[in-house]
Design a protein around this ligand. Structure first.
Ligand code: FAD
Length: 416
């Protein structure tokens, strides 16, 4: 078929991609295709979104993208294919906000919540935790709705696309707020390793960027709520505040990043690392990420530092972020606060696959859950054992999709 994901490291094996423009067209496809999967904005790095060679991928990009704000309920109802950047603008214009964003605003809402996509912040759950309700077109052609509080709601949010096509998502919103970003260069490793909680709780959202082999963590990227008290001046654990804006990868153009240097602006223009106006059609990278239970985070960071020489040939940059725990069955933060150890690799599939066994040998025994949408191997099949509610999820998927038409090899590996 010749269609690839955003990064260009994965060729979809599906027979074709269709782009229905309304729900009747979508229902026709869902009820007749032998195998089917919903396709969001194609930002995953593995075969999660794909279907079988005789199957159909349904792009959600042209489906109704209505955005309806309910001020009384403090929710917004949004079409599943809508991108966070479009939603954020609309909310901001109307005086509302989401609690957080991922690094990139170009990803679709339904695609992001299906994989527990997250930003950073000790007290910020991932983007899936903002979901208050879902409308799913199931394999039968019937709509199924889930609202927070329903018995199976917590199983339906991080769905990996296994339950049907999510056509509408209801998200919690809050009154708009302003934020600012400051970057600090060279945070001593001793501070990160010995005062981890102080470092990550210093701002609404803290990201640490490193190649693991430096004497000090290259960059701390702080997102602070305007008006919130901050104890951080121009010195962050000995690291000075930068006075020139920077991309997290030193060789990349800073124009792609949201405004830094402490300039106050709306949440919609600060919480993501990258600007929505800048639309890369593809990326020269592959990503992996492992969400480690917070209690094991320092141990995990030490273990990856030991691997620095092994991973250096294929690593562009790593990012360390924190995510609050939740109760969503397939969330990478299910039951525990987690710390994400993220790797932006060169787009060298073979090279990355060669170093991942060492990374996974260090992290999976600590209970780290691989990000569903990023590249991982799990050669020993330990990942299913990291999800205590997996049996219940399988039962929910079997009920909504008894013939397994939304199943693909990724899900078969997981749910076997
Ligand atoms: C440059 C870049 C930056 C990123 N930054 C972050 C980050 O900061 N934090 C983070 O956690 N992740 C990040 N990711 C990963 C990304 O957020 C996830 O892979 C996310 O799932 C991609 O969403 P998508 O819309 O592209 O979905 P796709 O990749 O198209 O699909 C992902 C999954 O969602 C399902 N799906 C999509 N739409 C629907 C629907 N309507 N109904 C049912 N299922 C659906 C698909 O079937 C598939 O299972 C990043 C990726 C890239 C490329």
């Amino acid at each position: 078929m010749g269609e690839k994901n955003w990064a260009g490291n994965y060729d979809y094996r599906a027979q074709r991609i269709v782009q229905p423009a309304d729900l009747d067209e979508l229902r026709e496809i869902v009820t007749t295709a032998p195998k089917i999967r919903a396709l969001g904005s194609r930002h995953s790095f593995n075969d999660l979104a794909d279907t079988d060679a005789d199957g159909v991928l349904v792009s959600t990009a042209a489906l109704p993208g209505d955005i309806r704000i309910d001020p009384g309920a403090r929710t917004v109802t949004v079409g599943g294919g809508v991108r966070y950047g479009d939603l954020a603008r609309e909310l901001q214009t109307a005086g509302w906000a989401l609690h957080n964003l991922a690094s990139l605003p170009h990803i679709s809402v339904a695609g992001a919540i299906a994989t527990a996509t997250h930003g950073s912040g000790d007290r910020n759950g991932n983007l899936s935790t903002a979901v208050a309700g879902l409308r799913i077109l199931a394999a039968s052609g019937d709509f199924v709705e889930f609202a927070r509080g329903d018995p199976e709601f917590a199983g339906a949010v991080v769905s990996l696309g296994a339950l049907g096509v999510v056509t509408e998502v209801v998200l919690d919103i809050r009154p708009t707020f302003d934020a600012r970003q400051r970057l600090f260069a060279g945070v001593p490793w001793e501070a990160v390793l010995e005062r981890f909680d102080e470092v990550t709780s210093a701002a609404y959202s803290v990201s640490l960027f490193t190649t693991w082999d430096e004497d000090a963590v290259a960059l701390a990227w702080l997102k602070e709520i305007d008006g919130a008290e901050t104890a951080i001046g121009d010195d962050f654990f000995g690291a000075p505040a930068l006075t020139e804006a920077r991309h997290m990868i030193p060789t990349m153009d800073v124009l792609n990043t949201t405004q830094q240097l402490g300039v106050v602006g709306p949440w919609s223009e600060r919480l993501a690392h990258f600007r929505f106006e800048f639309t890369p059609s593809n990326g020269e990278e592959i990503q992996s990420e492992y969400l480690v239970p917070r209690a094991r985070a320092v141990e995990a960071i030490r273990a990856v530092r030991e691997l620095a020489p092994v991973i250096a040939p294929v690593l562009q940059i790593s990012e360390i972020r924190t995510v609050a725990g939740d109760d969503l069955w397939l969330s990478s933060a299910y039951g525990t606060d987690v710390v994400g150890l993220h790797f932006t690799w060169l787009r060298d599939q073979a090279g990355v696959e060669a170093v991942l066994p060492a990374v996974e040998a260090a992290l999976l025994p600590l209970g780290a859950r691989p990000h569903w949408g990023k590249l991982s191997l799990d050669a020993d099949g330990v990942v299913p054992g990291l999800y205590p509610r997996l049996d219940e999820f399988r039962a929910l998927a079997d009920r909504l999709d008894p013939e397994g038409r939304f199943r693909n090899p990724f899900l078969t590996r997981l749910l076997a």
